[in-house]
Write a protein of this length. Structure first.
Length: 279
């Protein structure tokens, strides 16, 4: 079977205070992504969010998994895809979408067959997947990186100069609750999402990429007065509970994909944490 999955349960902030490094990583780090020839999924009990990957050498079909109790994967779900590898295609109910490096695709609920293919098996596509429950169907839409809504944030002086590429988000794509985009840090900048923030109405997953060899990112999470950190490598993801900050600093500049779902679709709905109040 080419599809594997694991389940992650919700943890309270009181419990997380007592986690050691191994348990923290076991609960929140997703480190089995981008496995050649496979679809790997992590089903989170935070907003029933799924994060995963598909790396086709031969064509891969998106199959339903047991926690969904559905006849097909997108029976009651929507799907966001961003390709972080070689060129490839995603076919949704017979319609073929070509995805190059850092292109995104939204697939609405009700699409029964989703097939992933690589143009070149020696340079396979690497499809990063996010999925959330959906109450209705919205049209499938491809969003190239050039078509994203781009926000220039931060500054070189504070080491957080970055471009936020809003891709699967209101104004570009209509979704039920899923939002996805990609933030690219400029050379010399290492901090993402700083000042940190919390949105207790939505969970979020970060997926790190473009991390140079022998470099890493230190991802911060936890409540503002009880922070924790997880060291992360290229092509790893981390689950951020709604009650947690999500921020990071790298030993080099890098890129990360953010995906979230929950109570609303207001990208700007966040409670900003004062930097000097972090503990």
């Amino acid at each position: 079977m080419s599809t594997t999955y694991e389940t992650r349960y919700a943890s309270s902030p009181q419990a997380v205070k007592h986690y050691d490094t191994a348990q923290l990583r076991s609960e929140f780090l997703i480190d089995n992504l981008m496995e050649l020839g496979k679809i790997n999924l992590t089903y989170s009990h935070y907003d029933r969010y799924i994060a995963g990957s598909a790396v086709p050498i031969q064509p891969l079909i998106l199959e339903s998994i047991d926690p969904l109790k559905s006849g097909y994967f997108l029976e009651r779900r929507e799907l966001g895809i961003i390709n972080v590898g070689g060129n490839g295609t995603v076919t949704a109910d017979g319609v073929v979408y070509e995805l190059g490096f850092k292109d995104a695709l939204y697939i609405g609920s009700g699409n029964k067959e989703v097939i992933f293919k690589s143009d070149d098996a020696n340079n396979p596509a690497k499809f990063y997947l996010n999925s959330a429950p959906a109450h209705t169907n919205y049209p499938n839409i491809k969003v190239g990186l050039a078509e994203a809504n781009k926000l220039q944030l931060g500054a070189v002086e504070t080491a957080n100069h970055r471009t936020v590429n809003q891709m699967i988000i209101g104004g570009i794509v209509t979704t039920c609750q899923l939002q996805m985009g990609m933030t690219e840090l400029k050379t010399g900048s290492v901090w993402n999402t700083m000042p940190a923030h919390v949105h207790d109405r939505r969970m979020e997953v970060y997926f790190y990429l473009d991390i140079p060899e022998n470099q890493a990112v230190c991802h911060f999470m936890g409540q503002t007065d009880e922070t924790r950190h997880i060291w992360m490598n290229n092509h790893q993801a981390v689950i951020s509970p709604p009650w947690s900050i999500h921020s990071g600093a790298g030993t080099s500049n890098y890129t990360f994909i953010w995906g979230m779902a929950g109570e609303n679709l207001d990208y700007g709905d966040m409670d900003v944490c004062k930097i000097t109040d972090l503990r």
